[in-house]
Design a protein around this ligand. Structure first.
Ligand code: SAT
Ligand code: MN
Length: 586
């Protein structure tokens, strides 16, 4: 008898009609076969085998370089279950429409069946997915980003407990591109794109959109969060989860080389993008990183911003849409040196400055996580790491101070729900516009975000030792338009304050938005920052916050009656705290 996996694969093959079906085993030999296939395809290149052994450059189709949120759908039977922030299609209509695009889409191609585990092989928090794809680049990327092949087959056995995902490149035409999620069936369909977040279905599609639905049904959390451990001088490691929108520095923060290393503060990386969390027997929320690799933004990455990842990228790395030097080494803006003569840009053209950026702004590296010198010894522990703090953050030139702590869990959930950030190149669309992005999950929540806020509020009641909730903003600018805070390795000073607050220490001042460090609260020795800059960084400007209250009110209004009462209450309470301050000043 066919197993549930075989039954699904047979149906997928009947629809897409590939010339051959290959079950992947996850071996090194298989990885090399995929690379050979990519090189034959003509859109991939071997890099310098001396300085970048086993590294390759892949060039995508120029119209397929980022996630396409406007082509991403949640297909629940009831439109309201997708909510006002998701695109919605009726599941039957979606299958009819996109089924027509998938019909025969793999003719002349091979269907690779990739069984994979999201999470450490033996963790009870991990889950199995299966992706059927006609892209060797996707298979090679899944080799790096997940534990796949035999290990996943062994875990799955004959069970039906897996999330299926069908992916075809189709003709790569954005007019025929759809990324569909069926939350009731726990199924993913993706056609017309080979780009990471659209095509590596274990990542955003499963580990966030489908998993967020499962997490709510089953009482756990699937979040767009990095996971890091901050080691203090006594050797104790405190774990934190941090949610920032795509391309706001999650990878750099997770892999930070601490500016306070000489004082005994060091950062360990558990994950850089996604956290799955369950309540452990000790009462803490325990987090695993469902991924096995980092899919990071290359431009802006250099020895100054992320030396750990730079050290990791010299072997076994797949680069996408970066530029290439005449020595066949990868190059991008911000790598730390001037563009060399004879540079080839991401489109494969001879580059000169009239051609704009040489690497695409959303060019990426895909690298095994274990290659980072900062990888935590606990990163594959089946029990996950206990989380003591959640950090929300965005890219805000104004409004949000460097760091503040919520008054309590409910207030913290409200702070997460209010989150906003200036948009980046990680998604197609305008860059630099401020948009609301609650918990950095706006593009990744597989159900109505009002219910998602409700789930957060519920979890707060269930977790015996809940993380404290903070908000940070590394991107605040002064009147001269320059960043007030140096960022990168210096961010450890903020993490240290967070650690102290978790331990009931750390000097703070109470403001209407929560606890902000006192002027002497942050450890600033060895850093050149003026008192005026510090004051501005920590200031809470009531005019900015009035605008913030108004804008967020309009955002919350979208959810109508479904918005949890607690969120509305917190909004009113925040407005009242500002009124009180204004009255006192009068
Ligand atoms: O492109 S991905 O969605 O995989 C990465 C990101 O945008 O966070
Ligand atoms: Mn992300």
């Amino acid at each position: 008898m066919a197993t549930p996996l075989e039954t699904w694969v047979n149906e997928a093959a009947l629809l897409t009609k590939p010339d051959a079906v290959v079950y992947c085993d996850g071996s090194e030999a298989e990885y090399q076969r995929m690379i050979a296939e990519m090189l034959r395809g003509g859109d991939s290149y071997a890099l310098n085998e001396k300085t970048f052994p086993n590294c390759y450059l892949h060039r995508s189709s120029p119209n397929d370089v980022a996630r396409t949120e406007h082509l991403t759908y949640i297909c629940s039977s009831d439109k309201d279950d997708a909510g006002p922030t998701n695109n919605w299609m009726d599941p039957g209509a979606a299958k009819h429409k996109v089924g027509a695009l998938l019909d025969g889409a793999m003719r002349g191609r091979t269907m690779y069946v990739v069984p994979y585990i999201m999470g450490p092989v033996n963790s009870p928090i991990s889950k199995v997915g299966v992706e059927a794809t006609d892209s060797p680049y996707v298979v090679a990327s899944m080799h790096i980003m997940s534990r796949m092949g035999k290990v996943a087959m062994d875990r799955l056995g004959t069970s039906n407990d897996f999330v299926p995902g069908l992916h075809s490149l189709g003709d790569l035409d954005p007019m025929r591109r759809y990324i569909l999620h069926f939350p009731e069936e726990k199924l993913i369909w993706s056609v017309g794109s080979g780009y990471g977040g659209n095509a590596l279905l274990g990542k955003k599609c499963f580990a966030l959109r489908i998993a967020s639905v499962m997490a709510r049904e089953q009482g756990w959390m699937a979040e767009h969060m990095l996971i890091l451990g901050l080691e203090s001088p006594d050797g104790k490691v405190t774990y934190m989860g941090a949610a920032f929108p795509s391309a706001c520095g999650k990878t750099n923060l997770a892999m930070m080389v601490s500016a306070l290393e000489s004082q005994g503060y060091r950062v360990w990386t558990v994950g850089d993008d996604i956290a799955w969390m369950k309540i452990g027997d000790d009462g803490y929320l325990h987090a695993i990183n469902p991924e096995a690799g980092f899919f990071g933004v290359a431009p802006g990455t250099g020895m100054r911003t992320n030396p750990n990842v730079m050290a990791a990228l010299h072997k076994n790395t797949l680069f996408t849409n970066v530029a290439m030097t005449p020595e066949r080494e990868p190059w991008w803006e911000g790598i730390g040196d001037e563009p060399p003569a004879g540079l080839i840009n991401w489109k494969g053209e001879k580059w000169d400055s009239s051609k704009g950026a040489a690497a695409h702004p959303n060019a990426r590296y895909t690298v095994p996580a274990q290659q980072s010198p900062s990888i935590s010894p606990k990163w594959e522990g089946p029990e996950g790491v206990p989380i003591s703090a959640f950090i929300f953050g965005g890219r805000r030139a104004r409004v949000a101070p460097l760091v503040y702590e919520s008054l309590d869990w409910q207030n913290g959930v409200f702070i997460g729900a209010m989150m906003a950030s200036e948009t980046t190149a990680a998604a197609t669309g305008d860059v630099g516009i401020t948009r609301r992005d609650p918990m950095a999950m706006l593009p990744f929540c597989g159900y109505n975000m009002a219910d998602y806020f409700g789930h957060w509020l519920e979890m707060g009641k269930k977790i015996p030792k809940p993380p404290k909730i903070f908000h940070v903003n590394w991107f605040r600018k002064g009147a001269d338009g320059k960043f007030l805070w140096p960022g990168y390795g210096e961010n450890v000073r903020v993490l240290k304050w967070i650690l102290e607050r978790v331990e009931g220490r750390g000097a703070a001042q109470e403001t209407p938005i929560g606890y902000v460090p006192a002027m002497n609260g942050l450890t600033l020795d060895g850093l050149k920052i003026s008192d005026e800059a510090l004051k501005e960084l920590l200031s809470v400007n009531s005019e900015d916050w009035d605008a913030e209250l108004e804008d967020s009110k309009q955002f919350f209004a979208k959810f109508g009656e479904r918005l949890p009462r607690e969120i509305r209450e917190e909004h009113e309470k925040l407005a009242r705290r500002f009124e009180r301050v204004a009255n006192a000043a009068r």
